[in-house]
Design a protein around this ligand. Structure first.
Ligand SMILES: *Cc1c(COP(=O)(O)O)cnc(C)c1O
Length: 429
């Protein structure tokens, strides 16, 4: 699969802003920018290498602050053309960083607790960030169809971005996703294909399609465009630090599906430090999984470097990747920064969704229940320091996963329209 992708390397004439090459995360070998994702020499994953605007942090900070109210304010740090904001796109990002004082009180956090609420993106999940970057790569490489393997949110984000940017789209999902995710994926008018299998089966199918004439001219945002896609997650790191007044948080709790988001947030934080945009201080990165799909937290707790695949069984379907591509890198980052990877069961996910809703008025999807639930558990087991500034990600919208909470929420009472009936219900005052 990797070899086939490398054979399809196009000409090296594309220009994507400050991006200069792709480099192998394992052996460091460099390649021209193109729709490739694995190293020819060692099969390691490729990532974008840059010539970043170093030397004038004050000037760069001002330039960013004067930029658009979207991820495009960080265009000087992303693999996108300088005029990206003028192209038809959904302008995702710059979502709210909510100071969650009520939740902090409930969890005993005294050092400042924030929720980075990515449900505010155009298709109500963090995936709009990564897709926006992949679309620019797809334009540069001349693809006409956008595709992906998705656990749900990505399919909607690709469908919407393709509609706006004028691409055809054909996306692939496991057949048994939540109704809200399926509708969101289909409504933008592209092709949506349910695959009878797990996400890992869908992903394997897409890898085959890339190597086949059937997939010719297709940009799979999270497969052959994965190096660019991944860079979109850096914008979460940039936004969090800018919204904290150009300061690093002490601790961040991040959900893990493939692990891409977590590894790229770490990359973004390191870039901000290297560029002098934030003071160089230690930060800890924590990963969050659902117990029913916890290959990375299982490896972390066992002290292993290798992540053993699992067959997912959890209500947190957006995180249900049993064989996470970036799992080993997540383990490295959690260990290097002094963080941890933890998991919570489905009942704890539901409790945490309700806790966040009840305390902060934020209705998270199951992935947000995972991060809030894991934050609570990490405080209880002493791994997360409540005296430090902590940011918890909510990466999706509860309206897409209503089934998770529907069985345990509902009206306090259903009554006849009379004062007498209301008095009898005992809800007054
Ligand atoms: C895709 C997704 C993630 C993280 O995915 P990674 O593959 O780890 O980057 C987190 N939350 C939600 C809601 C998602 O849809």
């Amino acid at each position: 699969m990797a070899v086939q992708s490398v054979e399809s390397t196009p000409s090296a004439s594309v220009s994507l802003g400050p991006a200069v090459a792709l480099s192998c995360r394992e052996c460091g070998e460099r390649f021209d920018l193109g729709p490739i994702f694995a190293c020819v020499s060692c099969f390691g994953p490729l990532e974008v290498a840059y010539d970043l605007p170093a030397g004038d942090p004050e000037g760069l900070r001002e330039r960013i602050e004067a930029g658009p109210n979207s991820i495009w304010r960080y265009a000087p740090l992303l693999p996108v053309p300088a005029d990206v904001a003028d192209k038809p796109n959904l302008n995702p990002g710059l979502t709210k960083l909510v100071k969650a004082d009520n939740l902090a009180r409930e969890l005993g956090v005294t050092g400042g607790l924030y929720v980075k609420d990515d449900s505010g993106n155009p298709t109500h999940s963090f995936k709009d960030r990564v897709v926006a970057i992949a679309v620019e790569a797809a334009r540069a490489f001349g693809f006409t169809t956008l595709s992906c393997s998705s656990t749900g949110n990505l399919a909607g984000a690709v469908g919407a971005a393709a509609a706006r940017a004028g691409f055809r789209s054909c996306v692939f999902i496991p057949h048994d996703l939540e109704a809200g995710k399926v509708v969101m994926a289909a409504v933008y008018g592209g092709e949506l294909v349910g695959i009878e299998g797990t996400y890992d089966d869908v992903n394997r199918f897409c890898s085959e399609l890339i190597g086949d004439p059937l997939g010719e001219g297709w940009g799979f945002v999270n497969v052959n465009l994965r190096p660019y896609y991944g860079e979109g997650s850096k914008t979460l790191a940039y936004e969090i630090c800018e919204q904290l007044g150009w300061r690093l948080p002490d601790q961040i709790v991040i959900p893990i599906a493939s692990g891409s988001q977590l590894t790229k947030i770490d990359k973004g934080l390191k870039e901000l430090i290297a560029l002098g945009l934030v003071e160089d201080r230690p930060y800890k990165i924590f990963g969050a999984q659902a117990e029913g799909c916890s290959p990375v937290s299982t490896a972390f707790k066992a002290g292993h470097d290798v992540v053993r695949p699992q067959k997912p069984d959890t209500i947190a379907k957006s995180l249900a990747i049993g064989n996470p591509a970036d799992g080993p890198y997540v383990l490295d980052i959690a260990r290097r920064t002094g963080g941890a990877v933890e998991d919570v069961d489905d009942a704890q996910v539901v409790d945490a969704i309700k806790l966040l809703a009840r305390t902060e008025g934020i209705f998270a999807e199951t992935a947000g229940g995972v991060t809030v639930g894991v934050t609570k558990k990490l405080i209880e087991n002493g791994l997360l320091d409540p005296a430090l500034t902590t940011v918890v990600l909510n990466t999706g919208d509860g309206l897409k996963t209503l089934d998770a909470v529907a069985p345990t929420t509902g009206p306090s009472a259903t009554i006849r329209p009379s004062l007498e009936a209301f008095r009898a219900a005992g809800l007054a005052g």
